[in-house]
Write a protein that binds this ligand. Sequence first.
Ligand code: ADP
Ligand code: MG
Length: 254
Amino acid sequence: MLSKKNAIELRNVVKKFGDHTVIDDVSMTVAEGEVAAIIGPSGAGKSTLLRCVNLLERPDSGTIAVAGTRIDADNQIKTRDLARLRSVVGMVFQSFNLFPHLNVLRNITLPQEQVLGRSPQEARERGLALLARVGLADKADQYPNRCSGGQQQRIAIARSLALDPEVMLFDEPTSALDPELGLEVLTVMRELADEGMTMVVVTHEMQFARDVSDHLVVMADGAVLEEGKPGDVFDEPTRARTRQFLRAVDRDGV
Ligand code: ADP
Ligand code: MG
């Protein structure tokens, strides 16, 4: 089998807030087309690690490479590299952050015009196609506050995809949603994974992590506790801390 290229490579990433080391020497690779899920207790550093991937947080040391653009935190970061890296990473957060004063389609066309310089016509065609893809073709002219949370998150996914990212990062995209509405978001994410999008998903949805991810990473205290095929990690965790976390999830359903 041909070995796939790595879409994301983190090497020895360290991030501190003051003297608190939040990411403690984490290395991780995600191959093109692969879905990595990150699970772990609150405060483990999952969000911070994701934010380091697109340099929303600047690591104190280590290297980050996405789709061939490499950034070494130990050197001066070039503006051009930063812009290039950000342009290939799409990110979806727990909160949807749609513009309330713009209709749904405009929320998706505006970034395309501003970031990619697309013509209004081109942005509109792409926007409508993506709305159809997330099952919301009929919402183009609505305002976000008339849409459910699940619909708003799907709009946020469409907005992100409209910028043609090479990789998509999701930070607990369903945590603010009722289970039923979360499900429609997870369905869209599953389709995206099936279409071959490279994805890193921080999630509390253990079933989704088990079913959809190719690679599961368990984090605690800023470090990778264990990682591997999701079935192996879920069924036979090697670390006591992982077993403890999975038991707590089972019990509390978080
Ligand atoms: P998780 O997403 O796994 O819950 P986070 O990455 O949000 O974890 O946080 C990891 C640790 O870093 C926590 O102890 C949190 O309080 C701390 N932290 C996160 N962001 C900041 C920040 N901007 N300033 C200071 N501490 C932070
Ligand atoms: Mg978090």
